[in-house]
Design a protein around this ligand. Structure first.
Ligand SMILES: Cc1cc2nc3c(=O)[nH]c(=O)nc-3n(C[C@H](O)[C@H](O)[C@H](O)COP(=O)(O)OP(=O)(O)OC[C@H]3O[C@@H](n4cnc5c(N)ncnc54)[C@H](O)[C@@H]3O)c2cc1C
Length: 601
């Protein structure tokens, strides 16, 4: 008797949807019996890249990772129950230098290829259908077939299992953004709220117009690129090798500031020098045992105050990575042997006076000490008499950052980077730790490639970018937008345009995605930060009544199973791959079970 035909609907065909399909293909090879399965991929954008990595976008936008750090394939470091199926890392696939920051279109090509390879590897009997539409609603009885309604289709897709891999979502404006937008309409100003910059219509920003930009992270870099090179400007090197910007005359003038007032730290410009010492043996102070202990707190509810319960462990872990490298690679800059320092460091309380004194006595140069609070707030206490002075000051800051981040004499910075990756991986087990940590991580570990900061400095010299400073405040008054900052007391900048250079931060209640909003209204649980709560074991969606939905799964940035939050680096036992594998296996087990029951009935 031929098996009953089954149906799996995956909403979202970006990197996560593609990764799950790859794991379904890999794990199907292990499965016994015939397959009779339709996989419906629902996404208005092409499968593989999806919205963020679609191939139709400006070639000027780069990835923020080196090509050698981006893989969609498992290797022997990945602890999965399913088979390891190796494949090329981005630079191998593209035939480019591993240190290249590939443009996003190229990454879209890689993802498309991964998608097609996964489809080709699915067993006979599995058919994949792409529906280039938005999914609007999931319904159906808890223990029966699910229904997924698509835009423009009168009847739903039927599904034995549904996976929501919807990733980065648009958000409704919050009260502040609504008020700013309404003010802009009343006064004929331009206000661009948080958005995916590649999708924003920037035509309202006129040549030569003063524009306030709030946010100095990666969304700013995209904005800067699209409004400069994207409008016909060019870069050249002068006789001294300095990057110089040649404007097209069509650029607005960007006045950029933020809470920190500085751009994210440059990507490191060198690799690990194995000859000069081993990698820090991590995890050490924030590993599985400490996470178990944190999770067990408060009768199993886990830590409830990130800064109090988790941050001290992070500080100690990153300090350990830093000093391990300093003492082993640059012992001449220390006063103690590593063995003695390590023992005392291990015994000291995190963030305590004993630890501070130990570091002060063992590491003479303050530039060799790790001070995360100072790194987080580099302009604290820095005051300038005028905006002109601030421009000079910040160009100097960027130059110093570029020099340090490209100088292996500061290789403890690279050890801290490895420490940040380790901590990030460990923290995934805690689920939603709130936005602060992600921001801090991105600022230190996931900043722009060096060439982008050189461009920023050139744009500053050309007067196309102007720095506003730290603790930037924007007020809407007297028919304009007005910015002030702590860095230049008493001074202000006025403009008729304001851009919020950051990604939307949708919560389940405030996302524009009607499917997720309704799911939430019908009882799906949200974490404290508003993410969709899922079972960490296999990605099944959790409900407020304490149940997990037997047939609905979700993974990715809109859930508390975010994985690494970025593409996987090779040989890192990536949590995203482990999640994808666990979910794919749970789906296949469920389908097998349902099929057996249908055959027996
Ligand atoms: C602008 C940007 C740049 C980034 N750059 C890097 C980088 O350089 N390096 C790095 O490691 N990481 C980077 N990241 C992080 C990481 O790569 C992304 O988080 C990755 O795209 C996540 O993949 P995803 O499939 O979970 O989500 P997404 O890429 O957002 O894909 C989700 C898909 O779901 C679809 N979808 C959503 N709702 C529906 C619906 N209701 N119906 C149908 N389809 C729906 C969307 O159209 C989209 O295609 C970046 C993230 C962003 C936002």
């Amino acid at each position: 008797m031929s098996p009953v035909r089954q149906s799996l609907v995956i909403v979202g065909a970006g990197p996560r949807g593609t990764g799950i399909l790859e794991r379904i293909a890999a794990n199907s090879l292990d499965s016994e019996g015939e397959f009779a399965l339709d996989v419906h991929l629902v996404d208005p954008y092409p499968p593989g890249g999806g919205r963020i990595w679609r191939q139709e976008q400006s070639p000027l936008l780069w990835m923020n990772s080196q090509a050698q750090d981006v893989t969609m394939f498992t290797d022997e470091t990945v602890e999965v129950a399913g088979p390891v199926v190796p494949g090329p890392v981005l630079h191998e696939w593209a035939g480019i230098d591993g240190r290249t920051f590939a443009d996003r279109r190229r990454q879209g090509g890689y993802l498309r290829w991964v998608y097609e390879r996964a489809v080709a590897r699915l067993p006979e009997g599995v058919a994949v259908h792409h529906h280039a539409r938005r999914a609007l609603r999931v319904g159906g009885p808890r223990h029966g077939r699910q229904q997924v309604w698509l835009e423009g289709r009168a009847r739903p897709l039927l599904a034995d299992v549904v996976v929501l891999a919807q990733g980065h979502l648009d958000a409704e404006l919050d009260d502040e953004q609504q008020a700013l937008s309404a003010y802009a309409v009343r006064h004929g100003l331009v206000h661009l709220p948080p958005d995916f910059t590649a999708d924003t219509d920037l035509s309202a920003l006129a040549p030569g117009q003063d524009v306030l930009v709030r946010g100095f992270g990666l969304a700013f870099v995209d904005l800067m690129v699209l409004l400069t090179e994207g409008r016909g400007g060019r870069y050249e090197e002068d006789a001294r090798g300095e990057v110089v910007y040649l404007p097209s005359g069509r650029e607005p003038v960007l006045h950029v500031g933020s809470r920190r007032g500085v751009p994210y730290h440059s990507k490191l410009g060198y690799d690990w020098d194995a000859e000069a010492g081993e990698r820090p043996p991590l995890p050490r102070f924030l590993g599985p045992a400490q996470i178990d202990e944190l999770l067990a707190r408060d009768g199993g509810f886990g830590p409830d105050d990130f800064r109090r319960d988790v941050w001290p462990l992070i500080d100690k872990e990153l300090g350990y990575a830093h000093y391990h490298r300093l003492f082993t690679a640059h012992p001449e800059r220390t006063n103690l042997s590593w063995a003695v320092f390590e023992e005392k460091y291990a015994a000291a309380q995190p963030l305590g006076a004993e630890l501070r004194d130990l570091v002060a006595s063992a590491v003479p140069d303050p530039a060799d000490r790790l001070d995360l609070a100072a790194l987080d707030r580099p302009l604290d206490g820095v005051r300038h008499a005028s905006y002109e002075e601030l421009q000079e000051g910040l160009r100097g800051y960027i130059t110093a950052d570029l020099e340090r981040r490209h100088d292996p004499a500061h290789s403890p910075d690279l050890a801290v980077f490895l420490g940040l990756l380790s901590v990030y991986g460990q923290l995934t087990r805690l689920g939603d730790v709130g936005p602060w940590w992600h921001g801090f991580f991105s600022y230190l570990a996931s900043g722009p490639p060096g060439p982008r900061l050189r461009q920023l400095r050139a744009l500053s010299r050309a007067g196309v970018v102007k720095f506003v400073g730290a603790d930037m405040r924007v007020e809407a008054a007297d028919g304009v937008f007005r910015a002030t900052s702590a860095s230049v007391p008493g001074a202000r900048v006025e403009a008729r345009a304001l851009v919020e250079a950051r990604l939307p931060q949708p919560t389940l209640a405030r996302t524009r995605d009607v499917l997720l909003r309704e799911l939430h209204e019908e009882g799906a649980r949200a974490t404290a930060a508003g993410l969709l709560a899922v079972d960490s074991a296999d990605g099944r969606i959790l409900y407020r009544d304490g149940s997990t939905h037997p047939r609905r799964f979700a993974l990715g940035p809109h859930t508390d199973a975010r994985g690494a939050g970025a593409f996987t680096r090779p040989r890192t036992n990536s949590p995203s791959f482990r999640q994808n594998d666990a979910t794919a296996r749970a789906i296949l087990a469920l389908l097998r079970d349902l099929s057996c029951r249908a055959t027996a009935a």
